[in-house]
Design a protein around this ligand. Structure first.
Ligand code: AMP
Length: 226
């Protein structure tokens, strides 16, 4: 049996995190916990939470730490995440979120943080071309569209450009990333919980690099926390 994992995946928006997280979740048989997906789901369902976060999300700003960590705490308390772990995508985005995550998991901890590294120029190009299924969140791009007429290959949903993938919002998110999220790389590096992975190449090649980083970590540290 493949052992479970508690993995945080970091990287600029457009670094290919979403694609890698779906693969990792299947490989390790753990839930893919994406704060962005949870929030977009709330907006789509028209819930009270959705109405509260819609405007901030569309502007590309970050939501408050307390709201985010409450959502994450609830999700990580569910039986699947408790039993085998999780792939955490889009969170933490600030040091305060990282500290809250550590205290949520205490006396355990995450096994590893993987930083998927891609240059800003490359990311800007990828984001401008990104398209996403409104129903299941599968990512496509202008150069690799679904097989039929912007209809999702997986679920038949409509494939569109995300509301927050406008150039202005993209620049704001990359700027926020530099200011608020990049320090997390230092945070996890100091805790010896960081592995940097080159995010350039085919999804398969990047996936293999991440698996190798996790296996290296397990060999060195003797199997993680479960
Ligand atoms: P993403 O799909 O991860 O790019 O998230 C889309 C949007 O959701 C972000 O631009 C933020 O407005 C919000 N969001 C998602 N995760 C977080 C987080 N950990 N902290 C604050 N805001 C978040």
């Amino acid at each position: 049996m493949v052992p479970g994992i508690r993995l945080v995946v970091l990287g600029k928006q457009g670094a290919g995190k979403g694609t890698q997280c779906v693969r990792l979740s299947h490989h390790y048989v753990v839930p893919h916990v994406s704060t962005g997906e949870m929030l977009r789901g709330a907006v789509k369902s028209g819930s009270e939470l959705g109405a509260k976060v819609k405007e901030t999300m569309e502007s590309g700003d970050l939501l408050g730490d307390d709201l985010i960590m409450e959502l994450v705490a609830e999700r990580l308390a569910e039986p699947d995440a408790r039993a085998r772990g999780f792939i955490l995508d889009g969170c933490p985005r600030t040091i305060h979120q990282a500290e809250t995550l550590a205290s949520l998991l205490d006396p355990g901890d995450i096994d590893l943080t993987v930083d998927v590294e891609v240059s800003t120029n490359q990311v800007l190009k990828r984001l401008a071309a990104r398209r996403v299924c409104v129903d299941c969140g599968t990512n496509y791009s202008v150069s690799a569209p679904p097989r039929m007429n912007w209809t999702c290959d997986i679920c038949g949903g409509e494939v569109v450009q995300r509301d927050d993938d406008t150039e202005e919002a993209i620049r704001r998110r990359l700027d926020l990333y530099e200011r608020q999220t990049a320090p997390l790389i230092d945070f996890y590096d100091k805790r010896r919980q960081l592995s940097r992975v080159n995010g350039v190449g085919s999804p398969e090649a990047v996936f293999r690099r991440i698996i190798r980083a996790v296996e290296d970590r397990r060999r060195r540290w003797g199997g993680g926390h479960r």
